[in-house]
Design a protein around this ligand. Structure first.
Ligand SMILES: NC(=O)c1ccc[n+]([C@@H]2O[C@H](COP(=O)([O-])OP(=O)(O)OC[C@H]3O[C@@H](n4cnc5c(N)ncnc54)[C@H](O)[C@@H]3O)[C@@H](O)[C@H]2O)c1
Ligand SMILES: N[C@@H](CCO)C(=O)O
Ligand code: NA
Length: 436
């Protein structure tokens, strides 16, 4: 059978990895796909760098539209990134009847509804395994492997850059800026690394997973997004003393009234497997009603780990390209006419346990005033830690762990506690999840 022809838009970190993996493993890939998969044309603005990778294997052009217009090309792989030109090119490729593979989670989390509708109407596939947790086949697992389940929740370390930063800061005592530079050098970080450190990239990925897990549209604009830039070393240390690790988690959880969709630094019991995921590694825990808890672990960023997912999508499309579109797996697991309108819940309605750190005057009655406020808001305390004040110091840190409660109650209690004269600094509030 004749080779399936691929056009690559963008040959940077992931594009370069994709080129190498396809070339190195071509025999195995042909054996699995039933046809050879060939990169027939590459477009990149940096044509010299692109030619240095591609050699004379195929033509290299600067204009991505030349690739889309090439009638030989069956699959367009978009590895440029961002919401701008990438969106136009993906929609143009679909309009030209090409299947699309993309690693672009930003694009799908924000414009997925439009893109999937266009692909459905045209009868082409849009595959995006590389967009979530890089090389880990989490899209495949959620959409196909766990298809029997009512999925209850997903919680994942889905940004390699921030996990690398948190790990290196904790284990080597390195500072934030140094570790971020190293993550950029290693090719983990986004073109704009604020997407990584402010939690935006993780929220893009959590948004995509929430859609597949619960059959809802992608709704990035409703996600709660907090990164790691406000996280303080003192809280990492106190969490450790209390038996917890702090990780940037992306969480999607089904409740009776809607879906929680949130990214924030989270305390996790130190004995959980996911609490021990270090460096740029990713891990996703999925709770299904039939299967119970499952865990997926691996490299979520970097050239070849991400290329592993891109090439898997190319093989999938190669196998299915001639199938009746009605028999393909729907883009978001549920058929378009079976999507749910379960809303994304506002943060005030989210349920979680909490870690609170209060800088308080070291004087009689402070603890009782604080616990009274918590009790008035029906918030039950799980543990309290009070740091011994240093000699001559008239203030101390008070750390409180709560049981599960509603965020609205915690907000109200915090506002009241913050007003106490013996609370001397802004209260630190982190969320805590048992993940069991
Ligand atoms: N790097 C990773 O580990 C990783 C992992 C998963 C997903 N992703 C996603 O993969 C995509 C690519 O990321 P990357 O790290 O390879 O980025 P990169 O910056 O290394 O590569 C992007 C390439 O696109 C080229 N480009 C830019 N504009 C172009 C245009 N108009 N036409 C043609 N080429 C153009 C650039 O010259 C560059 O070579 C992004 O969506 C990113 O979020 C990256
Ligand atoms: N910047 C992303 C790349 C993988 O999507 C990360 O650090 O996880
Ligand atoms: Na993946």
């Amino acid at each position: 059978m004749k080779a399936i022809k691929v056009g690559l838009l963008g040959i940077g970190t992931v594009g370069g990895g994709t080129f190498q993996v396809l070339r190195r493993n071509q025999d195995e890939i042909r054996g699995r796909a039933g046809r050879a998969i060939e990169i027939a044309m590459v477009a990149d603005l940096d044509v010299e760098r692109a030619r240095a990778i591609v050699g004379d294997a195929c033509p290299v052009v600067t204009d991505a539209r030349q690739v889309i217009a090439n009638p030989e090309i069956d699959i367009v792989v978009e590895l440029i990134g961002g919401y701008g030109v990438a969106k136009t090119l993906v929609l143009e490729a679909i309009a030209a009847g090409k299947h699309v593979v993309t690693a672009n989670k930003a694009l799908l989390a924000v414009h997925g509804t439009e893109i999937f509708a266009a692909a459905h109407a045209k009868g082409v596939m849009v595959a995006f395994e590389a967009a979530v947790a890089g090389g880990i086949p989490i899209i495949k697992a959620l959409r196909e492997g766990l298809t029997a389940n009512r999925i209850e929740w997903i919680a994942g370390i889905i940004n390699g850059t921030t996990n690398f930063i948190l790990s290196e800061m904790r284990s080597k005592g390195l500072d934030f800026a140094t570790v971020l530079k190293e993550a950029q050098r290693l090719g983990y970080a986004e073109a704009d690394p604020t997407f990584d450190i402010e939690g935006v990239d993780a929220a893009h990925k959590a948004t995509i997973m929430s859609a597949i897990a619960f059959g809802i549209p992608v709704q990035f604009d409703k996600a709660h997004v907090e990164g790691i830039t406000q996280l303080q070393a003192a809280d990492i240390k106190y969490a450790e003393q209390l038996g917890y690790r702090i990780k940037l988690l992306g969480i999607a959880r089904r409740r009776d009234t809607g879906v929680e969709l949130r990214v924030h630094p989270t305390l996790i019991p130190a004995h959980r497997l996911i609490a021990n995921v270090e460096g740029a590694m990713n891990a996703v825990v999925v709770q299904g009603d039939a299967v119970g808890t499952t865990l997926y672990y691996g490299k979520g960023a970097g050239a070849e780990p991400t290329a592993s997912a891109v090439v898997a999508d190319l093989v999938d499309i190669t196998r299915l390209a001639t199938a009746d579109p009605e028999h393909r797996v729907p883009h978001l697991a549920f058929r378009p006419d079976a999507m749910s309108d379960l809303p994304i819940l506002p943060m005030e309605q989210v349920h979680s346990a909490y870690y609170l750190r209060l800088r308080v005057a070291d004087e009689a009655g402070v603890l009782s005033r604080i616990t009274t406020i918590l009790a008035e808001h029906d918030i039950s305390i799980d543990a309290v830690l009070q740091r011994e004040s240093a000699e001559g110091e008239r203030q101390t840190d008070l750390i409180i762990l709560t049981h599960d409660t509603q965020e609205r109650r915690v907000n109200q209690a915090l506002a009241q506690m913050q007003g106490l004269p013996s609370v001397l600094a802004p209260i630190v509030r982190l969320r805590k999840e048992e993940l069991a």
